[in-house]
Design a protein around this ligand. Structure first.
Ligand code: AMP
Ligand code: MG
Length: 319
């Protein structure tokens, strides 16, 4: 009887110990999930087993932003704006209003280098099409009068937008990934997650410090190299965002000339490139996303001054 009690006690201790061990193992295991949203691979990594349950709601929140901002979906809010007639107020969702308000601020401070109303011209370039070729200068010039984000009024009191031109069209491609990453991070946080890395196609936002308790080490992708080859590694502290805009992210080649997807709204042509990528570190990913695109167009001197206005840092990489 005494022996049986001893064996039972030992078994209980073993069970307890193994339970602790498993819990401990799980605590140190990172859990990564990926989904394809915003036309890119989106990754969420959490570092506690208990936080895994927050990943789905975070992706759902991001998918909601994707649906609202999808240029190609006729039922999206962006399509609703694009179809609207001039001088007719259109009710918009709060997330769309948030993006438009930030976009307007960057449009003004970048003196038009960042301009979501570039849409008709960026579509003309057909970066997603088969065998793309550059459009003619006549085609570009015909559409340039449609570009100008000051031809869209956003009224955040009444949550409406109003266009001044029937054919003004917007594309939130240069801000939506960053904004979506921020909203995914907020969803994780509201569900109790305090350590996570959210990477939406190079639009990264961090929650808390890295699992080692220090800055997150983020590699700057070497332009045109396979994903995962880094030029430089940068340490960023928890809560900060890091976003890259690069020529290699979307481009085509025609007669040995590369044409990339970041358009100078003043000319309608791909922005002059003295570098292949611009990386911005800022307080949130939506801001960093806008700034990276804007600074790519503006160049180093003016771009650095714009970044400084937002307490952001900038890195430029050449080929
Ligand atoms: P990003 O990858 O954030 O630099 O955004 C580039 C995308 O935003 C392009 O694929 C276009 O859809 C759009 N875009 C291109 N040029 C501009 C610009 N100057 N301002 C705002 N959006 C732009
Ligand atoms: Mg951007």
């Amino acid at each position: 009887m005494k022996k049986l009690k001893l064996i039972l006690s030992l078994l209980i201790i073993l069970a307890l110990l193994s339970g602790l061990f498993v819990r401990n193992l799980n605590q140190n295991k990172e859990i990564t999930r990926q989904e394809f949203l915003f036309d890119t691979l989106c990754t969420i990594t959490v570092y506690e087993k208990a936080d895994e349950a927050a990943i789905d709601p975070a992706f759902e929140r991001a998918a909601e932003i994707h649906r609202l901002a999808d240029f190609f979906d006729v039922s999206s809010e962006v399509s609703k704006i694009n179809r609207a007639k001039a001088n007719v107020p259109v009710k918009v969702d709060p997330d769309i209003m948030n993006m438009l308000t930030l976009a307007q601020d960057i449009f003004e401070k970048s003196t038009g280098a960042f301009d979501p109303s570039i849409a008709p011209i960026s579509r003309l370039w057909k970066f997603d099409g088969e065998n793309p070729a550059p459009p003619t200068s006549e085609q570009i010039e015909a559409l340039l009068p449609l570009v100008g984000f000051d031809k869209l009024e956003a009224d955040s009191q009444n949550m409406t937008v109003q266009k001044k031109l029937d054919n003004l069209q917007i594309d939130l491609g240069a801000i939506a990934k960053g904004y979506g990453a921020d909203k995914a991070a907020e969803a994780l946080k509201s569900l109790g997650v305090n350590k996570a890395l959210i990477d939406f196609g190079g639009n990264i936002i961090t929650l808390g410090d890295s699992p080692k308790g220090e800055a997150w080490q983020i590699g700057l992708q070497t332009p045109y190299a396979p994903t995962g080859e880094y030029d430089e590694v940068i340490g960023i502290y928890g809560g900060r965002a890091i976003v890259t805009s690069g020529t290699y992210q979307r481009y085509f080649e025609h007669n040995n000339i590369k044409y990339h997807h970041i358009i100078n709204p003043k000319t309608g042509y791909p922005a002059n490139k003295l570098y292949e990528s611009v990386t911005v570190i800022a307080d949130n990913a939506a801001l960093a996303d806008c700034l990276a695109t804007a600074i790519f167009v503006m160049g180093e001197g003016r771009g650095k001054r714009l970044a400084a206005q937002y307490g952001a840092e900038v890195y430029f990489l050449s080929y």
